[in-house]
Design a protein around this ligand. Structure first.
Ligand code: COA
Ligand code: AMP
Length: 621
């Protein structure tokens, strides 16, 4: 599509009359009760509508005669297997999985925690919850038991769904001991754990509490779709905030479904029956929106990939999945492309494996550096687009809308505001920054449909996102708008870092490091990394009388891994005499970050003790 007016008109209409714009988009769904209201200050989006998200993802396509069309392909590079499910087959699995949940007392509004690897049953379980109006909360497998326990205590689920193991590259990761440990740590008691035994590793079952998935499924009846209010929660997805307490982003049904279907067509430019692949994990928002709900609601084929971009078995895996499944549009994180490039700099695997079906590649999760974009475009011969979004928003807010106008692109920038989003760049006092200057990236209210309207059990935490700039949502990112209208995202303004496309809080890591009995105080900073974009680094000061035992750094690394999870990827710990601080006692994290990143950082005038900074400088340089 190379018609600029299509994007311009869509954007203008979405801003001038958002209610009418999105009510028209909502026509693409099957509603039990069609909404008559678009936006309403008190009730949010589509307040009087009723629908079922699972019905819109699966049943309606089968009822429309597309039951034979492929809905889901499980491409497992780690087991070297691929399995396809038609829409009719997915319906069979989902309605019985829903029946299995209903038989254990799960109904509308009940929470179900899903701690599972990238297997079809995980998607079936999510859709099954949606089918009966239950609220799923998927927890990423790379989080350790204490993190899972926090989510269990906050969501108060009746049931945990899990599998005996995940497969991480060549490692088999036993999930059941983590679930058992989490349930020991949690105060909340769940009714049951339903566990899918995978052939790679069997799990021990606790009598009465644990139930076998296959047996439960075999005796389950098919459960029908339960219509829910548009604003009823579909899921809770926990994401890192600035403290150790994760934020439970609550997603609605109607707004979410509307924007996902709209975005499949207008952002990703994908038509029904085409194959879309988001190489993410269902534990992240990308997996929710663009592995499970978006492609299926739009009638596409979705790929659920179990593997890594490299090492499963080689850097050609992605290209083989694209070739073998006729993928039209592909979505991944820049870090994955950097990992592939490192192992296959000349693109030999790409040359050998024809990816002719591919039309475009989208990147998100962290800024896509122009070098990575240029390399990927040269190798693949298709446009590569950066685009920006967050768990809170649920779908892209800055992008090249390929279905409207694919010419609006500039490597290094995340793109243009997506229809529905009014960005403003504000200084810390809430005033618009001059054109081209850096500022806080904010979005003028109301937020577009699909964006979060609350945090689970945490209305105060939700309100904080709107407190600094009244009338605006504070994204937590800094950026600038260039003279052509492109938005450039520069990084976070808080202590969140993105490690290999995974969102983590350095504040939370500091809490964990500080919990080590020998540590008096510490700082965790994000350091640039050529592969993962950023990695955490800890600087710790030991308590008086503690000598720097050689294994203390290892203990800190192990502690973060055990408490937060392997996904934290904290590998580097420095024991220092003291941390540089301002005279008012604030740790100079930004200065340390600059030094660790090889920048020439002058000694700040506010420093309490310049010698301490020099000592840290000698450690980090
Ligand atoms: N279950 C259990 N453990 C998991 C896990 C899961 N679902 N996901 C990750 N882990 C573990 C890994 O095994 C690894 O453990 P290790 O330290 O014992 O090796 C650790 O968490 C870090 O994993 P990861 O971040 O995946 O790093 P990696 O070194 O294994 O691989 C990349 C590096 C770049 C190849 C990989 O991070 C990647 O593919 N990133 C893209 C991420 C992505 O798509 N994000 C979605 C945003 S759109
Ligand atoms: P998450 O909620 O895990 O999706 O992480 C959201 C955060 O990731 C954003 O606030 C950004 O800091 C970062 N991010 C995501 N996509 C991009 C992008 N395309 N460019 C720059 N930063 C990004």
């Amino acid at each position: 599509m190379t018609d600029p007016s299509r994007y311009e008109n869509a954007y203008k209409n979405s801003i001038e009359d958002p209610g009418a714009f999105w009510l028209e988009a909502a026509e693409a769904l099957d509603w039990t009760v069609k909404p008559t209201k678009g936006w309403n200050e008190n009730d949010g989006w589509f307040a009087d509508g009723k629908l079922n998200s699972c019905y819109n993802a699966i049943d309606r396509h089968v009822e429309a005669g597309h039951g034979e069309r492929t809905a889901l392909i499980h491409a497992s590079a780690v087991t070297e297997q691929s399995q396809s499910f038609s829409y009719a087959e997915v319906l069979h699995h989902v309605e019985r999985t829903a029946g299995m949940l209903a038989a254990r007392g799960i109904g509308k509004g009940d929470r179900v925690i899903i701690y599972m690897p990238m297997i079809p049953e995980t998607a079936f379980a999510m859709l099954a919850c949606a089918r009966i109006g239950a609220i799923h909360s998927v927890v990423f497998g790379g989080f350790a038991a204490p993190e899972l326990a926090k989510r269990i205590d906050d969501a108060q689920p009746k049931l945990v769904l899990t599998a005996s193991c995940g497969i991480e590259g060549s490692k088999v990761v036993a999930y059941k001991p983590l679930v058992d440990h989490a349930l020991d740590l949690a105060s909340h008691v769940v009714g049951h754990v339903i566990l899918l035994q995978r052939p790679q590793r069997a799990a021990d079952m606790i009598p009465d509490r644990d139930l076998d998935w296959q047996q439960e499924f075999a005796k389950a009846d098919a459960a029908p779709c339960v219509p829910v209010a548009s604003n009823d929660p579909l899921y809770i997805l926990y994401t890192s905030g600035t403290t150790g307490v994760p934020k439970g982003v609550v997603r609605d049904n109607g707004g979410h479904a509307t924007v996902l279907v709209w975005s499949m067509r207008n952002i990703y430019g994908v038509k029904p029956d085409e194959t879309f692949w988001a190489a993410s994990d269902v534990g992240w928002v990308v997996g929710h929106s663009y592995i499970v709900y978006g492609p299926l609601m739009a009638g596409c084929t979705s790929v659920l990939f179990e593997g890594k971009p490299v090492g499963t078995p080689d850097p050609g895996t992605f290209w083989r999945v694209i070739r073998d499944n006729d993928v039209s549009v592909f979505f991944t994180a820049p870090t994955a492309i950097r990992a592939i490039r490192k192992e296959d700099p000349e693109g030999a695997f790409i040359d050998e494996i024809a990816t002719g079906s591919l039309r475009a590649m989208f990147l998100a999760g962290e800024r896509a550096d122009p070098d990575t974009i240029d390399w990927a475009e040269a190798q693949l011969g298709v446009p590569v687009f950066d685009h920006w979004w967050q768990t809170e928003l649920g779908w892209p807010a800055i992008a090249t809308c390929m279905g409207l106008d694919d010419t609006r692109r500039k490597p290094g920038s995340a793109g243009f505001p997506v229809p529905g989003f009014r960005f403003e760049l504000l200084d810390d006092d809430g005033k618009p920054v001059p054109a081209g200057s850096a500022g806080n990236v904010t979005i003028k209210l109301p937020l577009a449909p699909g964006c979060y309207a609350t945090l689970w059990n945490n209305a105060e935490g939700y309100a904080q996102a709107f407190a600094a700039f009244p009338g605006y949502y504070e994204t937590g990112d800094a950026g600038h708008l260039d003279s052509d209208g492109f938005l450039n995202i520069m990084g976070r303004t808080d202590d969140i870092i993105n490690v290999a496309g995974h969102r983590l809080s350095t504040g939370q890591m500091e809490e964990i490091v500080a919990g080590h009995p020998a540590v008096a105080e510490c700082a965790v900073i994000g350091v640039d990394d050529t592969l993962k974009g950023m990695v955490p680094m800890a600087l710790a000061v030991l308590k008086g009388g503690q000598t720097a035992r050689s294994n203390i750094a290892d203990e800190i690394v192990a502690r973060v891994r055990d408490v937060l999870g392997p996904v934290a990827a904290l590998k580097e710990v420095h024991i220092v005499e003291a941390l540089p601080k301002t005279r008012s006692g604030k740790i100079l994290r930004a200065a340390m970050r600059g030094i660790a990143n090889g920048k020439n950082v002058p000694t700040p005038s506010t420093i309490e003790n310049a010698d301490v900074l020099e000592q840290v400088r000698s450690v980090l340089q």
